[in-house]
Design a protein around this ligand. Structure first.
Ligand SMILES: Cc1ncc(COP(=O)(O)OP(=O)(O)O)c(N)n1
Ligand code: 3NM
Ligand code: MG
Length: 497
């Protein structure tokens, strides 16, 4: 079995908050193998950097050759590259042994203010490394240094910097605004050469932020190694950092002004979660079956029988929406459904109940506008679980994206008897929300085999499927109804293509 593999080319931090040590822990936390090429050994603690011993460039070259010639590396991530010679050696090695992606964290100054790579390195970064990079992740100081001292004080300045750095050759740029004085949130700007994305996460009040830059870059590298798209990788990395900082905000290591944080929080909270589930695939929204115990009871079947039939009929994702079930019964049924769904490779989500989702280790949850906010759900469930949010307006869709949701449900497309007092947005409302949403969308509300094609034929690329309750579960045969709907959706998908 092949395991995703990141090679980090960076300096050692004796205090183990940043550098090679942070990279190893971040990759371990993300379930990715990490090999190491050490460019420098630093004597460092929470007070600052007391000494730096640079590894001779021919020995950096030897380490690179050892790893790249033997082990299948997916992604290379760079940190402290203290000399021009080492940058050139790395450039040469990557030409000889190409990898799937290169993540460049242009480390220049430690957070304690100590210089780790002098200004002479800038030209080598610009000429040798940035043109090869899939993403470069400067903080404000590093972005300013790369741009000859350009002042960066606002989000708009960050966009300008991202564009100018993109012109140096990397395919994507993430300018990290953690030091932006005026912002309550941590605002980063991601630029892919076409679009700017403003990525916000809450600023956690803690002294334990040493190593966040190294960790973010390693985490992006780890996600890329697992096959994520670049923007998803960046978002997952930001969520991970936010969760880890929050988890570690009160730990006390060292006497200096900036301490390390705990990368391996998941091992303490839930060991099973440290093994990444299948990354969320928007294609799973194609035929989204949402259960209703009242309906299934009426037709004399259990939740598990209903879920099994829906999956056998072609459901691509299942949500347990059991509004009236006793918690203990709901949890037992949910555990059984997790087994059924996972044996068929189908994700299982829980409606509303984060406690039940955690207890049965479901793949995620779906929440609405009056449920626990998605941002809080993300903190509770961690970066890996799937989160869906019900949205009826473009503003709600924007908020869902900012809060770290993976998809949105939009409805009611048609009137429904399944949800009381539900506002109908119609096909026009659905289209408006889809066009505004940066997330994939599943349509819901009054959808059945006779109108599913009309819904899908609005022809908006991020509309990925339909979610249905009564059309599957308020029927005698769930299997037959699911098969019928699956057939209609498949025809609609062929038409839209
Ligand atoms: C896929 C999907 N979309 C929307 C909803 C509705 O969620 P919510 O607005 O929280 O209402 P309830 O389902 O909780 O009544 C959904 N469940 N699934
Ligand atoms: C659960 C739910 N949410 C809706 C929304 O508009 O967000 S409509 C709805 C009920 C969908 O049931 P049926 O497929 O039986 O119409
Ligand atoms: Mg809800």
């Amino acid at each position: 079995m092949k395991i995703p593999h990141v090679l980090t080319v960076a300096g050692s931090d004796s205090g183990a908050g940043a550098g090679i040590q942070a990279d190893l822990k971040a990759c371990a936390a993300r379930g990715v193998y990490c090999s190491t090429v050490i460019t420098a050994v630093t004597a460092q603690n929470t007070v600052g950097v007391q000494g730096v011993n640079i590894v001779p460039e021919d020995f950096v070259a030897e380490q690179l050759k050892s790893v790249l010639s033997d082990m299948h590396v997916d992604v290379v991530k760079t940190g402290m590259l203290p000399t021009i010679g080492i940058v050139k050696v790395l450039h040469h090695s990557l030409k000889e042994f190409p990898v799937q992606a290169l993540v460049v964290d242009p480390v220049m100054v430690s957070t304690s203010g100590d210089v780790l790579a002098g200004p002479s390195i800038l030209a080598a970064f610009r000429e040798e490394l940035l043109p090869m990079a899939d993403i470069v992740t400067p903080n404000l100081k590093e972005a300013s240094a790369l741009l000859g001292g350009l002042q960066l004080e606002t989000v708009s300045d960050m966009c300008t910097a991202a564009k100018l750095i993109h012109d140096m050759g990397p395919r994507n740029v993430l300018v990290k605004g953690g030091d932006l004085p005026s912002s309550l949130d941590a605002v980063d700007i991601f630029f892919d050469g076409d679009d700017f994305y403003e990525l916000r996460s809450s600023r956690i009040k803690t002294r334990n932020t040493h190593g966040t830059g190294c960790t973010l870059a390693s985490c992006i590298a780890a996600e890329l190694a697992k096959g994520s798209q670049i923007l998803s990788a960046v978002k997952a990395a930001k969520h991970y950092i936010e969760t880890a900082l929050d988890y570690s905000k009160d730990i006390a290591i060292g006497n200096g002004f900036q301490g390390p944080f705990d990368h391996l929080l998941k091992l303490k909270s839930n060991i099973r979660n440290s093994f990444r589930k299948q990354a969320f695939n928007p294609a799973n929204l194609f035929l989204y079956a949402v259960t209703d115990s009242g309906m299934n009871k009426k037709w004399g079947r259990s939740i598990t029988e209903a879920v099994k039939a829906a999956i056998e009929g072609g459901a691509t994702i299942v949500q347990l929406r059991e509004k009236d079930a006793e918690t203990r019964d709901f949890l037992e049924a949910a555990k059984a459904c997790v087994e059924i769904c996972h044996s068929h490779g189908v994700p299982l989500l829980i409606n509303d109940r984060i406690d039940v989702a955690l207890a049965c280790d479901a793949d995620g949850v779906h929440v609405g506008q009056s449920d626990i906010p998605a941002r809080v759900v993300r903190t509770l469930l961690g970066p890996e679980k799937i989160i869906g949010v019900s949205c009826k307006t473009p503003e709600q869709a924007e908020k869902a994206w900012i809060d770290g949701a993976d998809y949105i449900g939009c409805g009611g497309v048609y009137p429904t008897n399944t949800k009381a007092n539900n506002i109908t947005v119609g096909l026009d409302g659905l289209k408006t929300v889809c066009l505004a949403s940066k997330l994939p969308v599943v349509a819901i509300g009054g959808i059945n085999a006779s109108n599913a094609r009309t819904v899908m034929e609005i022809g908006v690329p991020n509309l990925k499927g339909v979610a249905v309750v009564s059309a599957l579960f308020d029927r005698e045969c769930v299997l037959t109804e699911t098969q019928k709907l699956h057939g209609d959706l498949t025809q609609a998908a062929a038409m839209v293509k």
